[in-house]
Design a protein around this ligand. Structure first.
Ligand code: GLC
Length: 700
């Protein structure tokens, strides 16, 4: 938790109300490397702008644009996160006619897609079955170092989904979003930016999806406040931009998976219920918590160690209150728990602390433009920060993780404060921090790569865990496009109130649609104190999040499933037990996420677009687990609500003889449903466990 005022520096970036006024229109009047049968158009104009564009797959179109061909870094044919840069498997050649270019293809489902490109105006016009749908133009303000991608739809009637970690509403039409990974411990509905950056815009129009992806980890802004326009501003002079088309969301998710990769195969226990607080200390308190779970027969797989396990908040150490950590972790393992400690990127400056000494000796910490080490306060006081883009630093960090696992026997790592968050007025690293990307021999200023810092920390961390296990577990607060390759995520420091309870469904669904399938929100809320009813509602809903963990801030009262009286304890127990029955189903959904990139938790419009699935009343308060189970939790104190069931037939989970005809709205009452309203699709196959598990058994 960090409560520090936003600095001028950040504010300058956050309040970019002033849209740069002078946009230069870009005229390309010379070209090179033109090849008639090529998938790609490749232009350089006399003032050195560069544009490469074409299909890299049947329905994935790419635009690389740079305003200066001599940039120290060249993102042409490069991405920090895209797996498949170029694929020549599909030949969709451009055809030229007097400076106008055209490319045509047939999409899955049979629609004919045409793209026309006018090089004199850097203007793309796209049509489906010969009907113009949207245009895209690129502009720039070179002096101010801004690029500007403007998408204009002909028909203003569309929804905008995706966009990663954001608060409700899930449909972002009419909103503005900032991508600048930020620790915002007091975030509320509408706060932007947050901890992660996923600039993936999914536009839904007439049941068809258009996806726009802006791949650049510098500060960027997405302005969707206009009737027909979506405007991307990026504070850099180059950018890779992708467009996909798809007749359904499964198709879109598969394309995302093709580009960015999918989640790694997590251990099955990561799908169990997890318990945390800031902080369980001393070690005997952890023992008490673990024992209570087992005594009370409330299933739980993971206990988290927050920063107080450390010696003076020094990463990869155990402090005075955890001198018996080896024994503790052995005992927890005996009881079937896994142990996941927190690790932050800030390394305490202290001679004799091996992590600090090694970092200094090997020149692994970030320096400024004048080659001075960067020193900023975080939990341990003055810290240096690893240069995570540097492969040598990644290897070193991986070795620290590996040693930590060997030393303590921990089971996973929780990466926090990795936006990175700092306690100075800027709240993050200074803009001129020098990052080294050795593979390309690039030195990059922090401003240019800010949003990818946490992503690289998770990469180095998971690589460390991979020495020991093929199924590593990393949890992260900060991430970037494609971050699912390295870590699962939670939605940061939420608040114990009804708005945050309600918000967790849209945020998890939005992250899922952006490619991150294993996500959860702190059950009960992190800051503040949930009243018993709120915790009851939250544990019932949160027990079914893909990542299910209760966590709370320092100084708050106990927030365990039994902390709110016997009645709620029994409800929590029954709910978590049901989660454990469904673990085989969750695991098959994780497999689907791994293979195809589908989210585990899906919006009700995932398979079916109609006026009800697109009504936020329903899609923000219900969710599908895979294709077969629909959950309609109570989101307020009221014990009544309506549920919309998509077309098909649905059984009540609790009264299997009750069949509901879909495409209808039903009033439901808490009394008619045990625990939580769940509906089962009539053609469902649900792998389940009928053992009475308190944790996921080893090697299961
Ligand atoms: C941050 C994290 C929170 C954690 C705390 C202390 O606020 O978001 O989850 O408990 O730091 O480490």
């Amino acid at each position: 938790m960090l409560l520090i005022k936003i600095s001028n520096f950040t504010q300058k970036r956050l309040n970019i109300k002033k849209t740069p006024k002078k946009w230069n229109t870009i005229a390309f009047n010379s070209s090179d490397n033109q090849n008639e049968s090529s998938n790609e158009l490749h232009f350089i104009n006399p003032i050195e702008q560069k544009l490469r564009t074409g299909f890299i797959r049947n329905s994935i179109f790419k635009i690389f644009y740079s305003t200066n061909k001599n940039l120290a870094t060249n993102y042409e044919n490069f991405s920090w996160t895209v797996k498949e840069l170029d694929s020549n498997s599909t030949k969709i050649p451009w055809q030229e006619n007097q400076g106008q270019f055209k490319a045509e293809t047939t999409l899955q489902g049979g629609k004919k897609l045409k793209i026309a490109f006018d090089q004199s105006k850097t203007f793309f016009l796209t049509s489906l079955n010969d009907e113009v749908v949207f245009s895209l133009s690129i502009k720039e303000n070179k002096a101010k170092k801004w690029l500007f991608f403007n998408i204009e739809f002909i028909n203003p009637d569309y929804n905008i989904f995706g966009l990663g970690e954001q608060t409700e509403p899930m449909d972002k039409k009419g909103k503005e979003i900032i991508f600048w990974n930020t620790d915002n411990p007091t975030y509320r509905m509408g706060s932007t930016p947050l901890y992660q950056s996923w600039p993936i815009t999914l536009v839904q129009q007439n049941g068809f999806f258009y996806t726009f992806i802006c791949d650049n980890p510098a500060f960027s802004k997405l302005d969707m406040q206009h009737q027909k326009e979506i405007k991307y501003f990026v504070h850099d002079l180059q950018l890779n931009f992708y467009i996909f088309w798809g007749s359904n969301l499964k198709d879109i998710m598969e394309q995302l998976a093709f580009l960015f990769g999918t989640t790694y195969p997590l251990p099955k226990w990561a799908l169990g219920y997890q318990q945390s607080r800031y902080s369980y200390t001393p070690s005997n308190r952890v023992r008490e918590i673990a024992k209570s779970f087992r005594d009370k027969c409330i299933p739980c797989d993971v206990i988290y160690l927050d920063i107080h396990y450390m010696d003076n908040f020094k990463c990869f150490t155990f402090g005075n209150e955890f001198t018996d950590y080896k024994q503790l972790i052995d005992e927890l393992h005996e009881l079937g728990f896994k142990v996941v400690p927190i690790i932050d990127p800030g390394i305490k400056i202290e001679q004799g602390y091996p992590v600090y000494d090694e970092g200094i000796k090997n020149n692994f910490f970030l320096k400024d433009r004048k080659n001075n080490l960067i020193t900023i306060k975080v939990w341990p006081g003055d810290c240096h920060f690893p240069d995570f883009l540097n492969k040598d630093v990644q290897n070193w960090w991986s070795s620290l993780v590996q040693r930590f696992v060997d030393q303590a026997g921990i089971d996973g790592i929780w990466c926090d404060m990795n936006e990175p968050s700092t306690f100075d007025k800027r709240r993050t690293l200074q803009p001129d921090a020098q990052h080294h990307f050795k593979e390309k021999n690039w030195t990059l200023e922090h401003e240019k790569i800010h949003n990818i810092f946490g992503f690289f920390m998770t990469k180095a961390t998971v690589e460390g865990l991979l020495y020991k296990s093929n199924n590593p577990f990393v949890l992260t607060r900060s991430s970037y496009l494609g971050g699912q390759k390295y870590a699962s995520a939670w939605t940061g420091d939420n608040h114990s109130d009804w708005a945050h309870l309600k918000n967790s469904i849209p945020s998890i669904l939005s992250l899922g649609l952006s490619g991150q399938p294993v996500v959860g929100s702190d059950i009960g809320g992190f800051t503040g104190i949930p009243d018993p009813k709120l915790y009851e509602r939250w544990i019932i809903q949160g027990a079914f999040y893909p990542f299910s963990r209760t966590h709370t801030a320092i100084g708050t009262p106990d927030q365990e499933p039994w902390s709110f009286g016997e009645n709620i304890e029994n409800i929590a127990k029954a709910t978590i037990k049901l989660r454990y029955k469904l673990i085989p189903y969750y695991y098959s959904l994780l497999y689907e996420a791994f293979v195809k990139g589908y989210p585990i938790m899906r919006p009700i419009f995932f398979n079916e677009i109609n006026r009800f699935t697109l009504d936020k009343i329903y899609y923000e308060s219900e969710f599908l687990l895979g294709d077969f189970l629909l959950f309609a939790p109570y989101m307020t104190k009221s014990n009544k609500r309506d549920v919309y069931l998509p077309p098909g037939e649905w059984y009540s989970w609790w009264k299997k003889e009750e069949l509901f005809v879909g495409d209808s709205i039903y009033p439901i009452d808490e009394e008619d449903n045990e625990i939580i309203p769940i509906f089962l699709s009539d053609h469902a196959i649900i792998p389940m466990s009928f053992e009475n598990l308190n944790f996921v058994p080893k090697n299961s």
